[in-house]
Write a protein that binds this ligand. Sequence first.
Ligand code: GDP
Ligand code: IMO
Ligand code: MG
Length: 419
Amino acid sequence: MKVDVLLGLQWGDEGKGKIVDYLSPNYDIIARFQGGPNAGHTLVINGEKTVLHIIPSGIFREDVQNVIGNGVVIDPTILLREIDGLKAKGLTLNNLLIAKKAHLILPTHRYLDAASENAKGKQKIGSTLKGIGPTYMDKTGRNGLRVGDIFTPNFKEKYQALKDKHLALLKIYPNIDFDLQGEEEAFLASVERMKSLQTIDGPYFINKALNEGKRILAEGAQGSMLDIDYGTYPYVTSSNTVTAGVCTGLGVAPKNIGKVIGISKAYCTRVGSGSFPSELFDKNAEELQRVGHEFGATTGRPRRCGWIDIPQLKYAIMINGVDEICLTKIDVMNEFDSFGAVNSYMVDEQETMQIPFEVNADIKTNTKIFSGWKSDILSKKFEELPSEAAEYIKFLEDELETPINLISVGPGREEIILK
Ligand code: GDP
Ligand code: IMO
Ligand code: MG
């Protein structure tokens, strides 16, 4: 067996959570491989909304195992709060497994994140301030603490040493408000509670499952354009969000990667700083934001909106090796008389399909305009889509040279069209 992958092709929030929840009955294991509680994956089941930050989106299927993999960074306080919230909804959480090599986010990582953003002023990344960057810095800097460390007798000393290092570092920044004592108490209490959770040796667990013929889906967080290497650097997150991240994040060999499903909205959004070539600043942007309820699932910040971007998607498809696309939120276009798709860029007055080294405001875009359908999408059948919607999907498939096999037409679990 091979590990299938589902990940975002844009700047995050493509609807990954909904689609993973929908697909999870086809799998034995759902595994997060990177990122941390900067993610906000929304599930709407029987009209009830749940936002998952760190727990994989297969958790509502009790017979599916949900793995938080090695490549993830875990904030114990957020993890335990999420577990408590799901238990209150009646879940057992017996199907949650945590890799011992996953790194821990300390309160002082969040403190450092806030101080660093504050010091950057106008150049700030627009981080979710969950401590992601500083935790990955400690991982690559070989200073980090991992889940497995909580079981060692000298965990408190290791924690103290890293905290002291952080407090020394924080002296280079102007003071910011942070309740370290309160946060530390919550952290240590959550670490104690974490000891009773099921922990696993990530790579052995995953490879044994593969050998036994189990079906595994890796669930991406963030999006390809937020990848630390291939995104719009420096306005990115601190992990590899692309398919390659599955290999390092779960301990899976490249030859064991199976089908790659890329998710894109029918338009495009971005939250946080950094350019986004197809961004709109007119009433269409307001309309996309209003109809699409484009507000961050983790921070509540308004998401910036624009048309779908073909050069950007082609780039993401190339890097991820996408086999098929899931198109989400096409219902948001229901009310538009017309809408656009950016089909090439103008860089130094030359038309190009290539993303330049620096993605900034100098990129001009060419836009193809489509007629809207001005009606609700009521049917579950692809053949019964309004002809304008079918035409748009056909255009995307042709331009992207990739089939669109899943079309999401609403936030609910069942609101989906299979082609
Ligand atoms: P994720 O981070 O990729 O899991 O996406 P988010 O949950 O942050 O954002 C997606 C938002 O769109 C959530 O509020 C979902 O409930 C909602 N959503 C997902 N698919 C659809 C869809 O097809 N149509 C509409 N209208 N909303 C959707
Ligand atoms: P999901 O999984 C959208 C953005 C932040 C910021 C940048 C760096 O829900 O799609 P970080 O907290 O990692 O230091 O922030 O990345 N960002 C996301 N944007 N969806 C996400 O996750 C995001 N996670 C981080 O807004 O611009
Ligand atoms: Mg999200």
